[in-house]
Design a binder for this molecule. Structure first.
Ligand SMILES: Nc1ncnc2c1ncn2[C@@H]1O[C@H](COP(=O)(O)OP(=O)(O)OP(=O)(O)O)[C@@H](O)[C@H]1O
Ligand SMILES: [Mg+2]
Length: 662
């Protein structure tokens, strides 16, 4: 459960962190394994090296030990073979013997130097001259000497024997046993016996007869000569951080009787005992024991070997130990260096890893950034391709996808625009159609009324005009009514003009069509009108498209339309201006467009709405029928009239006539 949660957490980490964590885990695991194995191996190597050395040191210690034993042996050998000694013994010259042997004892610092007769009875005891006559034939060394052997060995000397030699010697051997942790259980409180290096040799007369024995000994208890010599020769008094590196000890059984291992208080650790483990291995089994051991207050790399007496019985232990600390420190130093190098390697690896992941992840990040940009609509963004690996292929596919997306998007936008334009066009067409329908209906109904009214008014107007003329003829020329009658005649003919216009507007007779050149019709109208005074202030620019197709029109009616448009333009430019008349084929090619553009007063939006209504005029003498009639004519030709205008800038009227009217 927890593992799953951790895994999920790990999987949702960013890619780079995932990479680094995985690598770190692998490196750490590998590093830890190497470190553990390395440390173990290194520990073993160093410790086994130390053990080999301590073993070698023990051999050296044995040499010092045996050298001492040999010294004693040599002393008894040389002195037992002296003629003077043999002679003095023969003649029982105690005084000379005592003097001579006493000097030897002192010179060689012997604890014991005793002469016996052929049966083993003591004759001269240098350590205690007044005590003699006891039997030493039980002593295995004396026993062998009396049989002619020169022998030397380590020996346990009982307290009674020590007392016989001297009280001081017994005192030197006496040791209180100190409580020692880890030692074999023992109820013994003190040790009275001593351990001696002892040698014995026979005294032989000229007939080769054994006449006595000479034996010498050095008590090892509290005698530090050997252990200190070992320290001096083997370890050369080396110290480590104020402590002596090497130590040596002589054990009597399991008891330290001579040592340079120090207690906390600085005193030599005599009276303490060996551990149960060593006791068992060395004293009971008789094997050497080489291991690390906690000696008194510190760890030592130790070597123990049994000390045997002349009968090969184990009576003690010789020990050499090296302080473990220098080796442990060396081991730690190597370990720290090793760990340091490992950590450095991990850091270097991490840096390399950082750059590697960067190069791997950067292109991916580029893809992510690109996705984001494209999602926001930036279709031009491209992912840079550095390498042709999987990521590079992904980037390439991505770029291809973006390109396809871009094209699709552009098409969509284009399509949208076209649709919009089409809708706009259709809407305009519809509106135009609607407008023209409204206009046509208006015209149609107005036309009917106009036709009725005109018909009714025309006859009375004619009779008014005829009667007015009659009255004018009848009364004299000077009559004051003449002027009034003139006005009636003028107004009546104006009414008649309106009625004519109305009838023209209302007349729905079909046009008489024939194929005509539109440019020619325009030119004819212009040439007629040019002569008019009103047109003299106006500049006419013609921009006619040549080679326009001939189209089917009623030339008379079309002339009337153009006429109306040109007149209106001139009337819009009372101060003069420019009238541009142009013709062209429409974009679709289905219409011929004739445009009349003036630089006149222009038309307001309000006026534009009523422009084609009959009777809409802004002019004093106008009928307001010109455009209404023109509209009707163009409609009869399936064409249309369009107006564009800006107030005080000018207006533009465009007549469109179908090329192929069906
Ligand atoms: N080119 C133009 N510039 C400015 N206003 C114009 C132009 N053409 C027509 N108009 C306006 O449209 C009105 C209607 O024109 P329409 O030709 O139908 O009648 P009219 O010119 O007023 O009278 P009539 O044509 O009987 O002399 C005009 O009174 C005028 O206000
Ligand atoms: Mg007009």
């Amino acid at each position: 459960m927890i593992f799953k949660r951790c895994l999920n957490k790990f999987l949702s980490l960013p890619l780079r962190q995932k990479f680094i964590l995985s690598f770190l885990a692998v490196i750490s695991l590998g590093g830890l394994l190497t470190l553990t194995l390395g440390t173990r191996l290194e520990h073993r190597t160093i410790i086994s090296l130390a053990q080999a050395k301590v073993q070698h040191d023990l051999a050296s210690a044995w040499m010092v030990y045996n050298e001492k034993l040999n010294d004693i042996r040599d002393i008894v050998r040389i002195n037992s073979s002296r003629e003077s000694v043999q002679h003095s013994l023969k003649v029982n010259d105690r005084e000379t013997l005592l003097k001579y042997l006493g000097r030897i004892r002192n010179d060689f610092k012997l604890d014991v130097l005793t002469l016996t007769d052929a049966r083993g009875k003591t004759i001269i005891r240098t350590s205690r001259p007044d005590f003699w006559g006891d039997n030493q034939s039980d002593d295995p060394l004396v026993e062998r000497a009396l049989k002619g052997e020169i022998v030397a060995a380590t020996q346990i000397t009982p307290r009674e024997e020590l007392i016989r030699e001297s009280n001081a010697l017994a005192e030197q051997a006496y040791l209180e046993i100190l409580p020692t942790p880890k030692a074999a259980p023992s109820s013994k409180k003190f040790e009275e016996n001593g351990m001696m290096l002892k040698a014995a040799a026979p005294l032989v007369d000229e007939n080769n007869k054994i006449i006595g024995s000479l034996y010498a000994g050095i008590l090892l208890n509290r005698n530090y000569e050997i252990v200190d010599r070992v320290k001096e020769i083997v370890f050369k008094g080396e110290r480590y951080k104020g402590r002596e590196i090497g130590t040596a000890t002589i054990f009597q059984h399991d008891l330290r009787i001579s040592t340079n291992v120090k207690q906390e208080n600085g005193a030599r650790a005599i009276g303490t005992r060996v551990s149960q483990e060593v006791n068992h291995a060395v004293l009971k089994e008789g094997n050497p024991w080489i291991h690390r051991a906690y000696v008194v207050n510190d760890w030592y790399i130790s070597a123990y070997e049994p000390i045997k007496n002349i009968d090969r019985e184990i009576i003690g232990i010789l020990y050499v130990g090296m302080l473990e600390k220098p080796y442990i420190d060396l081991r730690n130093k190597v370990m720290i260096t090793f760990t340091g190098i490992a950590v450095l390697c991990v850091i270097i690896l991490l840096v390399i890893l950082f750059f590697i992941t960067s190069t791997i992840i950067r292109p991916l990040q580029n893809v992510v950034v690109a996705t984001d940009k494209i999602a926001r609509g930036d279709m031009n963004h491209k992912v840079e391709i550095d390498f042709k690996d999987e990521v590079g292929q992904l980037a390439q596919s991505f770029n291809q996808m973006t390109e396809a997306l871009k094209i699709a998007n552009q098409k969509l936008i284009q399509w949208g625009k076209t649709l919009e334009k089409r809708v706009e066009e259709r809407t305009k067409e519809l509106k135009d159609m609607q407008d023209s329908m409204i206009q046509s209906e208006k015209m149609a109904s107005l036309g009917k009324i106009a036709a009725g009214v005109a018909h009714e008014i025309n006859n009375p107007l004619t009779s008014i005009l005829i009667n007015t003329h009659l009255m004018m003829e009848k009364i004299s020329q000077e009559s004051s009514f003449q002027e009034n009658l003139n006005m009636i005649a003028a107004e009546t003919s104006r009414c008649s003009d309106i009625v004519k216009g109305l009838l023209e507007f209302a007349r729905q007779n079909p046009p008489q069509k024939s194929y005509e050149d539109i440019n020619e019709i325009v030119n004819i109208v212009i040439s007629i009108l040019e002569k008019q005074v009103t047109l003299k202030k106006i500049k006419i620019i013609k921009a006619m498209k040549e080679d326009l197709p001939s189209i089917e029109v009623d030339a008379g009616k079309i002339k009337q339309v153009f006429w109306n448009l040109i007149i209106n333009a001139t009337e819009a430019m009372p101060e003069g201006g420019t009238l541009t008349i142009s013709s062209r084929l429409s974009k679709s090619g289905q219409f011929i467009e004739i445009e009349f553009t003036d630089t006149g007063v222009g038309i307001s939006e309000e006026q534009k709405k009523k422009l084609f209504d009959p009777f809409f005029t802004t002019k004093g003498g106008g009928t307001g029928l010109g455009l209404a009639v023109s509209y009707g004519i163009i409609e009869q030709h399936q064409g249309r009239i369009e107006v564009k205008s800006r107030l005080s800038e000018g207006s533009s009227f465009t007549v469109s006539l179908p090329v192929d009217a069906k």
